[in-house]
Write a protein that binds this ligand. Structure first.
Ligand code: FPP
Length: 238
C-alpha cells in the first residue's frame, strides 16, 4: 500500500481498556491484557502497511496516580511483552524506543527497555516509539533543561534546534493521531510534535481496535487536505 499519501508516522492514544473490562464485569487488568494483544496486532499491521513509525501512548505521567495494583499490572505487562517480543523485534527489523520520564521507572523495567533499545537501535523497517511515564509538557521542560545544560544560547534556538532536545529527536512528527474510546483530546501526548497532525477519533474501545479499523483510519487520512497553513497554489509552486 506504500504511496505518498500513506501516513508515515501514526500515533495512537490507546484508551478504553478499563471500560472494556468493566462492561463485561471483568477486572480492569483483563482490559489491559487484551490491550496488549491489540498492540501486537498494530505492530504487525504497521509492518504490512509500510508505516515508518508507530507511537503508542502506553502510560502517562498522570497514570502513576492510579491504584498501585493497576500500575503494577500495566508495568508487569510491559516488561513481559518486551521480553517476549525481544527476538521478534530483532528479527523483523523493528527499532524500539521509549520516550518519557525514566526517573520513575523501576530498575528492572528500565533494564529490559534499555536492552531492547540497544539491540534494535540500527533497525530501520519500523520504529516502535513507546510513550511510557510520558507527558508532553514534562518532555518540553526536560528539553529546556537539556538545552540550558548544553549552554545553548537564546539566539541559536530555533524549532529545529529545540526539537533536537526532545525525547523524539530524529523522529518525524506524527502525520496521523488516533484516539480510541470516544474521548476527543490529546491528554498531553506529543503536544509539540502534533502541531500539524491529522486526528482520527473513534468510539471503539482499545481492546476492540483491529487492523481493519487501523486501515479505515488510514483511508480516512488519505482523504484529508493537508495544507500546513498554506493554500494549494503555494504548495504547488514549491
Ligand atoms: C488506557 O485505558 C490504557 C492504559 C492506561 C494502559 C495501556 C497499556 C497497555 C495496553 C499496555 C501497553 C503495552 C505495550 C507493550 C506497549 P484506560 O485504563 O484508561 O481505560 P478507561 O479510560 O476505560 O479506564
Amino acid at each position: 500500500m506504500a504511496d505518498r499519501l500513506l501516513p508515515l508516522h501514526i500515533g495512537i492514544i490507546m484508551d478504553g481498556n478499563g471500560r472494556w473490562a468493566e462492561l463485561r464485569g471483568l477486572p480492569r487488568a483483563e482490559g489491559h491484557k487484551r490491550g496488549v494483544e491489540r498492540v501486537k496486532e498494530m505492530v504487525d499491521a504497521s509492518l504490512n502497511f509500510g508505516i515508518d513509525v508507530l507511537s503508542l501512548y502506553a502510560f502517562s505521567l498522570e497514570n502513576w496516580l492510579r491504584p498501585y495494583e493497576e500500575v503494577s499490572v500495566i508495568m508487569h505487562l510491559l516488561k513481559r511483552t518486551i521480553k517476549e517480543e525481544f527476538s521478534s523485534f530483532v528479527k523483523e527489523g523493528i527499532q524500539f524506543r521509549v520516550i518519557g520520564n525514566r526517573t520513575r521507572l523501576n530498575p528492572e523495567i528500565l533494564q529490559a527497555i534499555e536492552a531492547l533499545e540497544a539491540a534494535t537501535k540500527d533497525n530501520k523497517r519500523l520504529t516502535l516509539q513507546c510513550a511510557l511515564s510520558y507527558g508532553g509538557r514534562d518532555e518540553i521542560i526536560r528539553a529546556v533543561k537539556r538545552a540550558i545544560n548544553n549552554n545553548i544560547s537564546a539566539d541559536s534556538i530555533t524549532e529545529e534546534v529545540f526539537g533536537s532536545f526532545l525525547d523524539t529527536n530524529g523522529i518525524p512528527d506524527p502525520d496521523l493521531i488516533i484516539r480510541t474510546s470516544g474521548e476527543m483530546r490529546l491528554s498531553n501526548f506529543l503536544i509539540w510534535q502534533s502541531a500539524y497532525s491529522e486526528f482520527y477519533f473513534t468510539d471503539t474501545l482499545w481492546p476492540d481496535f483491529t487492523k481493519e479499523e487501523l486501515l479505515q483510519a488510514i483511508q480516512n487520512y488519505r482523504t484529508r487536505d493537508r495544507r500546513f497553513g498554506k493554500v494549494k497554489r503555494c504548495m504547488v509552486a514549491q
